[in-house]
Design a protein around this ligand. Structure first.
Ligand SMILES: NC(=O)c1ccc[n+]([C@@H]2O[C@H](COP(=O)([O-])OP(=O)(O)OC[C@H]3O[C@@H](n4cnc5c(N)ncnc54)[C@H](O)[C@@H]3O)[C@@H](O)[C@H]2O)c1
Ligand SMILES: N[C@H](CO)Cc1c[nH]c[nH+]1
Ligand SMILES: [Zn+2]
Length: 448
């Protein structure tokens, strides 16, 4: 049994020890994983459904005649899922929708010079592929965290892939969630093979322009591979193993803090949880609470494996705790201190922030409203979580009248020649000359 991690004193660490203590744990399956993923992608590209069938038998231990979920399986899923759970899903979806609807940006048009009309259009991505993990634990909540913003954005076709169970069916709660989000097409495919099928298409799986969703190392590696291929698909972000950093002072209830750490630790052995506190008393109490709570936790062995690379850090003050959070850039940041909101202006590098003792991260995982598909591994320094904009493209439009061309054309030609791009300059000058000669017929239809 893994012992719980010891507390470290931040003030006693030198620069390199501080870097090491905040390093992510080594990826569990790194060795050979990239080669495996490349082989899976190559097989799916070369042999489509036949390869999916073989790989599914090897990795998911089930043989499927068809990958797409049919009407009977959807109906059976509706019967299998408890009515109370279905009602809670509906309420969660409504709150997630309420939060995402105002995210939708508005198109606009603007004259940047007289006769130069510029527009920003918004176009939903035509066909998107969503992935709901179901390896270690099926995550129906991921279905509405992706399906809701896709629907709000107005995507034309929304496909979902999720790993099959050993009996060849999909997790019923995932299917119910898909139905509630208006997702009609669900494919029983998991891991790198699901990503390859959605990115390149097969006989039975339509090719998607962009892929969304978290997953294990094979899923994330495959997403990065298809995103690097111009013939592949775009991706939302690399969303890796779950992580949380808790900042707590002596006002925090240690049992709440321990519960929040375990809630992320139970996701997987590669999840990482951190606690930074100026109170040694709180740190010691949290360690005791972790032991007590682990004793009755069904996924204790997974949580213990994750706790092996947990970090419990004694800091001189809360400013230092914030500095650590900014360096680490966690997926989730819980601030469980006296006046948590007062610390908010100092925080930028986090996927999602939970303020105060009554805001467990679990609320955000399911039903508070914001998205739970968030950047991990420090990507929160530069990436945001999934939102409506992730499913949209901005398309720019420019329309100049002859007056508009006269107004800004000379600048364009001058700047083109400054870059030694003569053809660019002539595309303007030829038109200006035509206007000067009075051959305005050339410009007919172009006057906005
Ligand atoms: N960052 C986020 O926003 C976020 C949100 C939810 C979940 N997560 C993370 O998602 C992950 C879910 O992982 P999971 O494993 O439970 O489910 P998963 O659905 O991602 O992976 C299951 C699939 O992995 C494939 N696989 C298993 N062993 C393999 C092998 N040896 N070689 C090749 N492929 C193999 C199988 O095909 C299987 O279908 C967790 O790490 C969790 O922390 C992250
Ligand atoms: N905490 C996960 C994101 O890292 C999301 C999730 C889904 N279900 C439970 N938790
Ligand atoms: Zn979670």
């Amino acid at each position: 049994m893994n012992p719980l991690p010891r507390c470290v004193d931040w003030s006693a660490l030198d620069t390199y020890q501080r870097i090491n203590i905040l390093a992510r744990p080594p990826r569990l399956h790194d060795a050979g994983q990239l080669a495996d993923v490349r082989a899976i992608i190559a097989a799916v590209r070369a042999r489509g459904d036949a390869a999916l069938r073989e790989i599914g038998m090897r990795l998911d231990r089930c043989e499927l005649a068809t990958f797409e979920v049919g009407a009977d399986e959807f109906a059976a899923a509706e019967r299998a899922v408890d009515t109370g759970v279905r009602a809670a899903m509906r309420r969660a979806i409504a709150r997630v929708e309420a939060f995402h609807a105002p995210q939708k940006p508005q198109p606009f048009a603007l004259d940047t010079a007289p006769g130069v009309r510029c527009e920003q259009l918004l176009r939903p991505i035509g066909r998107v592929g969503l992935y709901a993990p179901a390896g270690s634990a099926p995550l129906p909540s991921t279905v509405w965290m992706l399906g809701v913003p896709a629907r709000v954005a107005g995507c034309g076709e929304i496909l979902l892939a999720t790993p099959p169970r050993a009996d060849g069916t999909a997790d019923p709660a995932i299917l119910v969630a898909a139905r509630l989000c208006g997702i009609g097409r669900v494919f029983k495919l998991g891991g790198a093979q699901a990503i390859a099928a959605l990115a390149y298409g097969t006989e039975s799986v339509p090719r998607c322009a962009k892929l969304f969703g978290p997953g294990n190392g094979w899923v994330t590696t495959a997403k990065l591979e298809v995103a690097a291929d111009p013939d592949g698909a775009a991706i939302d972000m690399p969303a890796g193993p779950s992580e949380v950093l808790v900042i707590a002072d002596d006002s925090a209830d240690p049992t709440f803090v321990a519960a929040d750490l375990l809630a992320q630790a139970e996701h997987g052995a590669d999840s990482q949880v951190l606690l930074a506190s100026p109170s040694q008393h709180l740190l010691d109490a949290v360690v005791r609470a972790l032991e007590t709570q682990l004793a009755t936790l069904p996924r204790a062995s997974i949580a213990r494996a994750a706790l092996a690379h947990a970090r419990l850090i004694r800091v001189p003050d809360l400013d230092c705790a914030i500095e650590i959070a900014e360096r680490y850039a966690p997926e989730h940041l819980i601030v469980n201190t006296r006046d948590a909101r007062a610390l908010l202006p100092m925080i930028a590098n986090a996927g999602s922030i939970f303020l105060g003792g009554w805001s467990p991260e679990t609320l955000g995982d399911y039903c508070a409203g914001p998205n739970h598909v968030l950047p991990t591994l420090g990507f929160a320094r530069a990436f945001s979580g999934v939102g409506v904009e992730s499913f949209l493209r901005r398309v720019y439009v420019q329309e100049a009248s002859s007056a508009g061309l006269r107004a800004i054309g000379p600048d364009a030609a001058r700047l083109a020649r400054a870059e030694a791009l003569e053809a660019h300059a002539r595309a303007v000058d030829l038109r200006l000359a035509a206007l000067d000669r009075g051959s305005v017929a050339l410009a007919a239809g172009g006057d906005a």
